[in-house]
Design a protein around this ligand. Structure first.
Ligand code: N01
Length: 540
């Protein structure tokens, strides 16, 4: 067979190779075309959308409002797209991703069903060679990793899982055809954002639902609703202000900070503010309502108490409610969830909480889940057990930089980057929303646009100055890592056993991976670096 015929990557070399066709990859391709660079996306899936392509579990919505979780780079796109709901559902978000791909004719430069396995840098040619699972190779001057922060599912690592004879699902890679839970006994393992959204919908169908909860989360009702034409017009008329505010806000979502400290107000005033935000269903706003909620343990306690009281109001059985109130957990350091009828679902007769802190899972058998104290026969298992976040996708690849150094060895003690954009020793390799940048602690679309535009500006700078190589300097990287750690340790985040800390993956180094210095501050720092001729980066 002629090998060329089965290549999904038409050329053997590009200026820019982009890995992943989610938001980051699609916008990077758009920017490369604008700069006149030859660029190609390789994407393991059969279509665009990244996380929104793979995640399709019932109830999935974004926790950032649709009008804010959307691209701002094209005014016509912004004006022509109408979101139907305040918090868009996965199918609507995926339609939007497809609309973006079609509108800008992106698909012609995307190789779908093409999985990258290795990336090796050649110092003499200053180019990368990418190898795919089906042994295609392609060279590129620059590579942009647009591989996402929540891409590689966590292995639940429960003994006996392979013995189970019933249906098994993971929220991270849900089947494309609807799953019918009617008449079935279903076990859901995991009560983070994914579990909390899926559980109420599965409960409506299942004969009986058992929820296996190891660590409860705090959750706010989303108060999702249809958007009226008037609301949409209002947003569209003020989009420039809205976006500008988001770009300079702490988390990339406009929201007010009412006081520097939660204790600047008396309890009644403070509760009133928490209640207002809670009634609006705005989890990010709750975290920034008072300047010290994520910094000071006592201030955080006020948020914990407020949220715990709301959980107790929503669950009828007081003893059950106590089991679902998080203990020894700072509010917001584990992601605050938003839900529709999550706690109320536990008032149903066909839903049972399995508290794994009292009765841990022992093993899975061919017929169900055995805990220390009992056994439930199940027809279906649903794992909402999370991700090897932020570094998982990058570390799953054989990436070798200068001197053949592997990324896996460089990051063995935790990720090290210059501003989340590049890592020393790996020239011409950019990362979109990498560890060390605000990424998952922000409105991802705002952060993605900022990173892609910074990378595009950098590529333009290199081309205009006749350079062909850029690399983070080790000194600048060390300084950034120290700075990011210092900022993190001025907050409560490193005290949480969370995926932000890598704590959900056995053997993963405990490092706070996102940058918590604020989206607006971070943007300014990046812009300053560029204005200073890419200070902290070595170009040649
Ligand atoms: O994953 P998680 P997720 N046995 O890691 C439990 C984004 N997101 O997919 O904490 C028993 O938060 C684990 O318990 P514990 C969002 O950024 C956003 O829900 O390890 N339990 C935990 O309860 C989010 O933060 C949206 O004790 C096990 C759960 O599984 C991120 O994705 C929607 C276990 C995992 O929670 C990840 O959310 C969905 C085991 N062996 C996702 N292993 C929205 O925008 C794990 N668990 C709304």
């Amino acid at each position: 067979m002629n090998n060329e015929k089965i290549r999904s990557i038409p050329e053997s070399a590009y200026d820019v190779l982009i890995v992943g066709a989610g938001w980051s990859g699609m916008y990077m391709l758009y920017q490369c075309r604008r700069l006149g660079l030859s660029a190609r996306i390789i994407e393991k899936g059969p279509s665009v959308g990244g996380t929104w392509y793979w995640n399709r579990y019932p109830g999935l919505r974004c926790d950032v409002e649709s009008v804010e979780y959307s691209f701002s780079f094209d005014k016509e796109l912004e004006q022509e797209w109408n979101w139907s709901e305040r918090y868009a559902s996965q199918p609507e978000i995926l339609r939007y991703a497809n609309h973006v791909a079609d509108r800008f004719d992106l698909r012609r430069d995307i190789s779908f069903n093409t999985k990258l396995t290795a990336l090796h840098y050649d110092e003499t040619t200053t180019r990368w060679t990418a190898t795919t699972e089906d042994q295609q190779t392609v060279k590129a001057q620059y590579v942009v990793m647009a591989t996402g922060c929540l891409t590689i599912p966590k292995d639940p690592a429960i003994p006996g899982l392979d013995q189970f004879k019933g249906e098994v699902y993971h929220t991270s890679s849900w089947p494309h055809d609807p799953v019918d839970f009617r008449g079935k006994r279903v076990g859901v393992v995991g009560t983070g954002s994914s579990g909390i959204q899926a559980i109420p919908i599965i409960a409506e169908q299942a004969d009986h639902l058992y929820v296996y909860q190891r660590t409860p989360s705090y959750s706010l009702p989303a108060h999702n609703r249809k958007l009226t034409p008037e609301q949409i017009s209002q947003v569209k008329a003020h989009y420039d202000e809205l976006r500008n505010e988001a770009r300079h806000h702490m988390v990339g979502i406009p929201g007010e900070t009412y006081a520097a400290s939660a204790f600047d107000l008396d309890e009644a005033e403070r509760t009133q503010i928490y209640q207002r935000i809670y009634d609006q269903g705005r989890p990010f706003a709750l975290m920034v309502a008072f300047g010290d909620v994520l910094i000071d343990e006592k201030a955080n306690k006020t948020a914990q108490e407020f949220l715990a009281a709301r959980i107790r109001e929503r669950i009828k059985d007081p003893e059950l409610a106590e089991q679902m109130v998080p203990r020894d957990q700072f509010a917001g350091t584990r992601r605050l969830c938003i839900d529709t009828n999550y706690y109320e679902t536990f008032n149903r007769d066909n839903v049972t909480l399995k508290n794994l802190q009292k009765d841990p899972i022992k093993r899975i058998t061919d017929k169900g889940i055995e805990t220390e104290r009992g056994f439930e026969a199940l027809d279906c298992l649903v794992f909402a057990t999370g991700y090897d976040a932020m570094t998982g996708a990058l570390m799953s690849l054989d990436i070798r930089g200068k001197g053949g150094q592997t990324l896996r060895s460089k990051w063995a003690e935790g990720p090290r980057t210059m501003m989340g954009l590049m890592t020393a020793g790996f020239p011409n390799l950019f990362i979109v929303t990498g560890p060390g940048s605000p990424s998952v602690l922000s409105n991802m679309l705002i952060s993605i646009e900022q990173h892609v535009e910074w990378i595009a500006g950098c590529l333009d700078h290199l081309s205009k100055h006749g350079k062909r190589q850029i690399e983070a300097s080790i000194e600048a990287e060390d300084q950034w890592v120290d700075h990011a750690n210092a900022v993190a340790h001025s907050t409560l985040f490193p005290k949480g056993n969370t995926w932000y800390m890598g704590a959900n993956i056995s053997g993963k180094p405990r490092i706070f991976m996102p940058y918590i210095g604020g989206v607006g501050n971070y943007r300014q720092l990046c812009e300053q670096v560029a204005r200073d001729g890419y200070r902290g980066f070595i170009t040649q």
